[in-house]
Ligand binder design. Structure first.
Ligand SMILES: Cc1cc2nc3c(=O)[nH]c(=O)nc-3n(C[C@H](O)[C@H](O)[C@H](O)COP(=O)(O)OP(=O)(O)OC[C@H]3O[C@@H](n4cnc5c(N)ncnc54)[C@H](O)[C@@H]3O)c2cc1C
Length: 371
């Protein structure tokens, strides 16, 4: 019997499990390895922070999904891969052989280079740790007015800043809090067109969220931030959402990695150095295409990954995957409104949030397995 090991319960692997459950393969053992029994759907995370959704609304039950797929679930974290001996090593001591391995383990926030960021900042990933910290922040805000600083002006940072502000401003008993966004880039969401950027800047200013752009953070301490121009930004809470870095342990695996340490893959989503190893989502670096590190692309890679894992297990030729050039971005602004952007076109309003809510809740229904 051949064994397929799925490392990480990310956005592509949930679709792989769903498809393997709908159409099981004979004589194949599927094993999912994940540190948590539930995985967060990133599209609804800001809505959870804002208080629009419950924890369950935004989480996929990996245990139920693996049962649907007739797969085994191992709750542990992969810490090493030997692509020559074809086994993974986990922090529980588990060593697991594989015939085909797929990695969908996401990324980590790149705060290592800034002094004090890891010690005094709250990183947005791992999400379960962030959500526990967020509960603590809400409790503290019931006692003292807090100054919150979100570092990172990408889509995640802007959505999170707006969501936190909304929750703090709308929760009875919470003291008035200040939220400020700090970004090294000259503008927030630089990858988006000017119209969408303008709408998001207007949302920040409408809610009284401060914006410091074009200056790097060089240190974090218990009292706040020090910027590269020497200025101090006082803060009681610093949330770190600056892009995506690769897990460091990948460097010891012998897999071909890009300059950032992400697993280099070809058009088949397969390792550029080791056939039989696949990678998707944030952890993958596409050799021949520009694929942004976003949940949308990780979701899109689910069906072609499922197809190629089947083909690899059957020793059949793989099928290439082509990323779409443009995707629809829907960013919530905290107050049950959202901004939509498609290339140069953009729109804003409560109808955009209802549209986003419809897409997100429909997505989640696909992974809700009957008990
Ligand atoms: C606040 C915020 C909002 C965002 N909003 C959006 C949005 O609206 N739309 C969008 O497209 N993108 C959004 N993003 C980006 C999005 O979160 C990521 O691009 C997306 O989650 C990547 O999906 P993934 O499948 O690669 O990994 P993830 O979704 O991060 O899943 C990785 C999984 O692997 C597990 N794992 C991690 N390490 C290991 C290990 N060593 N061994 C085993 N398992 C492991 C984790 O527990 C997790 O279950 C947002 C990001 C943030 C921070």
């Amino acid at each position: 019997m051949k064994r397929l090991v799925l490392a990480g319960g990310g956005h592509s692997h949930v679709e792989v499990l769903r498809r393997f459950g709908d159409e099981p393969m004979a004589d194949i053992e599927v094993v999912l390895v994940s540190p948590a029994a539930d995985t967060t759907y990133s599209g609804m995370l800001p809505g959870l922070v804002a208080g629009h959704y419950s924890w369950r609304d935004c989480h996929i039950d990996l245990d139920a999904l693996t049962r649907h797929a007739g797969a085994k679930f191992r709750q542990t974290c992969v810490t090493g891969i030997d692509p020559v001996q074809r086994h993974i090593i986990c922090d529980s001591g588990l060593v697991l052989d594989w015939d085909v391995l797929s990695l969908d383990i996401g990324s980590v926030p790149p705060c290592g280079g800034v002094s004090g960021a890891t010690q005094f900042g709250v990183a947005v990933k791992p999400v379960d740790r962030f959500l526990a910290a967020w509960d603590g922040i809400l409790e503290r805000a019931g006692v003292d007015p807090l100054r919150l600083v979100v570092v990172g002006g990408g889509a995640g940072g802007v959505e999170l800043g707006l969501a936190m502000h909304h929750r703090l401003a709308s929760t009875p008993g919470v003291r008035p809090c200040d939220v400020t966004l700090v970004t090294q880039a000259e503008t927030i969401v630089p990858e988006m067109a000017a119209g969408a950027r303008r709408r998001l800047r207007a949302a920040l200013s409408h809610h009284g969220i401060g914006l410091i752009a074009g200056i790097a953070v060089c240190a974090v301490d218990a009292e706040g931030l020090t910027l590269s121009n020497g200025a101090r930004v006082p803060a009681d809470v610093v949330v770190w959402t600056t892009g995506a870095a690769a897990p460091l342990w990948l460097r010891d695996t012998g897999l071909a990695l890009d300059k950032g340490g992400f697993v280099e893959v070809d058009e088949f989503l397969q390792s550029a150095s080791h056939p039989g190893v696949f990678a998707t989502g944030d952890v993958a670096a596409h050799r021949d295409a520009r694929v942004p590190k976003s949940g949308v692309y990780a979701v899109r890679q689910g069906p072609p990954l499922a197809a190629n894992l089947r083909l690899a297990l059957e020793a059949q030729p793989l099928r290439p995957w082509q990323p779409q050039r443009r995707t629809l971005a829907l960013l919530s602004t905290g107050d049950a409104r959202a901004v939509a952007a498609w290339g140069g076109w953009s729109a804003e309003g409560s109808w955009v949030w209802r549209w986003k809510n419809h897409i997100d809740t429909r997505f989640m229904r696909r992974y809700r397995m009957a008990p």
